[in-house]
Every structure is written in C-alpha cells, then in structure tokens.
Design a protein around this ligand. Structure first.
Ligand SMILES: *Cc1c(COP(=O)(O)O)cnc(C)c1O
Length: 460
C-alpha cells in the first residue's frame, strides 16, 4: 500500500511544499518564506501537526467536518464501495444504487417539496449548476430573457468563474473577471454597516434593496436571487430577524427563484438540518456540499423543488453534468455520514446542548476590551475586534489585529479564522461542553495577548 509518509522531517515537507504546491487563497511567496504548518492526523475535534502539537479545530476544517474526525465507518464504506463498483457515470440512461439512495435520502431530509437532486463535486460546481439550471428553467418556460441572478456584496458562493461571479468578493472579481448577467446588492451586516439604525429596521432596508434591484432590472429579466442563510466566509453575518421574511415576500411577489446556498448552513450547522429551516426560508433550490460528507470526500448537491425539476424537464436535454456527478464512492460516504448525523442525533445535540452552551460562553467574550460584538447562531460564531467598542470603530490598518489574534490562537492550540479583523469559528458539531470550555479559554487567552500587543504598538 502507498501510504504517504507522515514522519518526514517537517522542514523537508515544507521544502517540497514550497517547491511544488500552489496553495488556494494564499500569497505563495510569503508562505514559502515562512513554511506551511503540516497537519498529519486528526481525531474528534483535535488536529495534530508534524511536530506533535495539538490544536482544537475551531473551524471544522473549512466548515465541513460536521461529524468530527476519525470516523472509521466512512473509511470502511468507501473501501467496500470501491471494491463493488468504484465508478460508473449517470449520463446516458444509467444509474446505480448509491446515487439513487442518496438522492432519495436528501429528498427526505430537505424541507418542503425539495425532492430532486443534481450532484456535483464541490459547492462551486453546484452553484455553477444552479446558474445554468435557473436560466434553462426560465428558457423552458418561454422566458429566455429571465436570466439575471441577483446576489450580495461580500457573499461567498465558490471559486469557479461562475461561482465567484455569484459571490460578492471584489478581490476575486478583480482576478479573472466575471460572467455576465449577475448583479449584487448590499448585505444585511448590521455591525459593520448599520450605523445608528435599529438592527431590525436595517434588516428590512437591506432586504428591500432586492425589490429595488428587481425594479431596476425589470422583473422579466430576473431569474433568481441567491444567498447564504448566514454568510460564512463573509464573517458569519447573521441577518436581523426582519431580513429573511421580507426577502421571501419579495421573491414570491416577483416570480423570482430563491436559491439558498446551504453549503455551510446545511446538515446541522445552525441547529436545524438546514439554515432555511432556522430562518423560515422556502427556497426553490438549495446548494449543499461541505457537511454533506463531513468533508471526508468531495461531493455536492443542488436540491431542487418539484416546480424547478418539472420546469427543466419541459426543456428537453439539460446540457450539463460532471464526469463524477453522483460518484458511487462519494455517494456511499455521504450516506454513511447522514446515517451518523441522524442516528446519533447530532443535529439535536447542536440545538439542545452545544449551541446553547456556546451562546452563553461566547456572548461573555463581548465583555473583553477588544471585542465590539460577539454573535453566534448554532455552532458558528464571530468576534468583531475593535479599537473602540463604543463606536464600533474599525482599525486603521484593517486586518492586522485579526492576523495577530489568529497567530496567538494557533500558538495556544486553537484554530480560529480571521476575516479582516473579525475572528470566526465553526467547530465540528460533535463538540462537547468541556471542549467548548477549552475553546473559550484558548480564545480568551489569544484575545488577551492580542490586546497586549496592540497596546504595546499604541493601537488601542
Ligand atoms: C465553501 C462554500 C462554497 C464553495 O464550495 P467549494 O466546495 O469550496 O467549491 C460555496 N458556497 C458557500 C456558502 C461556501 O461556504
């Protein structure tokens, strides 16, 4: 068996990494000078690096390892499926048992009449599928002009050209350009953009930007609105309660399809199976990925309503698909992941145990002199670092405080991500109250050390 050697000296691994491996979302020259951290194994909520240091993974990898690391059942299912049927496609009038079983399971778990599934290998690919599917849907209804998709600034929908165009990250648009017929409205980010407004009034105002944008473009030209129930990569932006009901009303009133990008929120992250349930959204399409397999293997799914499935079936061939759409090994692993989520009542653990416990402890961090807001929903949370709590001021040198804090977190055995000067967490859903205590202790310690550093630099 070819097992990758975990016991090469760290410096050798780092040298090979620098010589040959191009990292995503990374300044390569800066990383090569520093040397990458080498993660070699993981179990439960803990990671181990090549030097034997342990970290509590406050990010569940990239928001995906919902059931935690080290579940041998998934490895066993993958090995068994590879021996029985390692690959077959679902093009050309064929199917296979794992893809059928997973599609049926997702139809059962998904709310409402979201009963039909198109598979992809990543959230980005699934959102590319959605772009082509909603445009094909409207063309099949005799409305080929209904093709503009409205999204939001600071949204994240993936990294392919289509998905990055849907997203609202200007740094991504600047590299490689955008596909046409996508427009963006402002986000419901009260802490950062709400000023003196009441949060609920602000939520309504931001939702009504959608209605204004539909009017500007002409309803006859708009295919869909896409949004994450809670923006993840944008820095865990939890919309005011007024936001989603108004968005739903507007989509209904103007015959616009609603796409909920559940790549992070799906499979328990917010304390329900889907973020759409937590926020009372009735999407026509849900994008799912990450937690669908707990990250053990790449797989993604666009889960669509009866209306959308019937609509595209009226249009003849849907000229779209990936070689690995519904890959049998990925489907088998995803099914096993869903079995564990369901049978071990992990979503219930989030709702009844872990999220209320985190909420109580996390909200206390707002008392720290550096923290302007501590917000969380389910098992995703954010801390807004600020030089002045009373005014929610931003640091002049945006992002520097976040990086200092992130480094202190790593040094203290905690993975917490920095988005600018907002620190974010999304731990594995199986995290226990005792492990949450550890997370909070290490986060507090990192905040204290960051505060000392910023004081020494005269920044706070
Ligand atoms: C991660 C993410 C994606 C992209 O998924 P990939 O598997 O990285 O392509 C899309 N949408 C959201 C909300 C995400 O968080």
């Amino acid at each position: 068996m070819t097992l990758i050697d975990n016991h090469m000296p760290t410096a050798d691994i780092q040298a090979l990494d620098a010589a040959h491996h191009l990292h995503p979302f990374t300044d390569g020259a800066a990383l090569n000078a520093l040397g990458a951290r080498v993660i070699t194994r993981a179990d439960g909520v803990m990671l181990t690096d090549s030097e034997g240091n342990e970290y509590l993974d406050g990010m569940a990898g990239l928001w995906c390892v919902n059931i935690g690391y080290g579940r041998k059942e998934l490895a066993d299912v993958a090995a068994a499926q590879m021996q029985q049927l390692p690959y077959y496609n679902t093009f050309f009038q064929t199917t296979h048992p794992p893809v059928v079983a997973l599609a049926a399971k997702l139809a059962e778990l998904a709310p409402g009449d979201l009963n039909h599934v198109f598979f992809a290998n990543s959230g980005s690919e699934a959102n590319d599928t959605n772009i082509r599917m909603v445009r094909h849907y409207w063309a099949a209804q005799g409305k080929p002009d209904k093709k503009v998709i409205i999204s939001r600034n600071n949204a994240y929908h993936g990294s392919t050209l289509g998905a990055s165009s849907l997203g609202g990250m200007s740094g991504m648009h600047a590299q490689g350009g955008m596909v046409p017929d996508i427009s963006h409205i402002d986000q419901p980010y009260w802490y950062g953009e709400g000023g003196d407004m009441d949060a609920e009034a602000f939520g309504l105002e931001r939702a009504r930007l959608l209605e204004a944008e539909i009017a500007r473009l002409g309803e006859e030209n708009v295919a869909a609105f896409i949004a994450e129930p809670v923006q993840g990569a944008g820095a865990v932006i939890i919309p005011p309660a007024s936001y989603w009901p108004e968005i739903q009303r507007i989509c209904d009133a103007h015959d616009i399809l609603l796409i909920a990008d559940e790549v992070i929120c799906g499979f328990g992250r917010t304390g329900s199976w889907f973020g759409s349930q937590t926020f009372g959204i009735r999407p026509d399409i849900m994008t799912t990925a990450k937690g669908l397999s707990s990250g053990y293997i790449p797989i993604a799914a666009s889960i669509v309503s009866d209306k959308v499935a019937d609509g595209i079936n009226k249009g003849g061939d849907f000229n779209h698909g990936y070689t690995y759409s519904g890959h049998p090994v990925a489907c088998a692993v995803a099914l096993e992941n869903l079995r564990i989520l369901e049978e071990e009542n992990i979503v219930g653990h989030v709702a009844d145990v872990a999220a209320p416990y985190l909420q109580e402890k996390w909200s206390k961090l707002a008392g720290h002199p550096l923290v302007g807001e501590a917000r969380c929903v389910g098992l995703m949370g954010a801390l807004e670092l600020t030089p002045d709590k009373s005014t929610r001021a931003k640091f002049k040198d945006g992002g520097a405080a976040g990086l200092i804090c992130r480094t202190h977190c790593f040094d203290g055995g905690l993975v917490m991500r920095a988005t600018g000067d907002t620190m974010i967490i999304a731990p594995p859903l199986v995290i226990t109250p005792a492990e949450i205590d550890t997370l909070i202790e290490r986060a507090t310690d990192a905040l204290d050390k960051t505060y000392e550093d910023l004081k020494a630099q005269g920044i706070v």
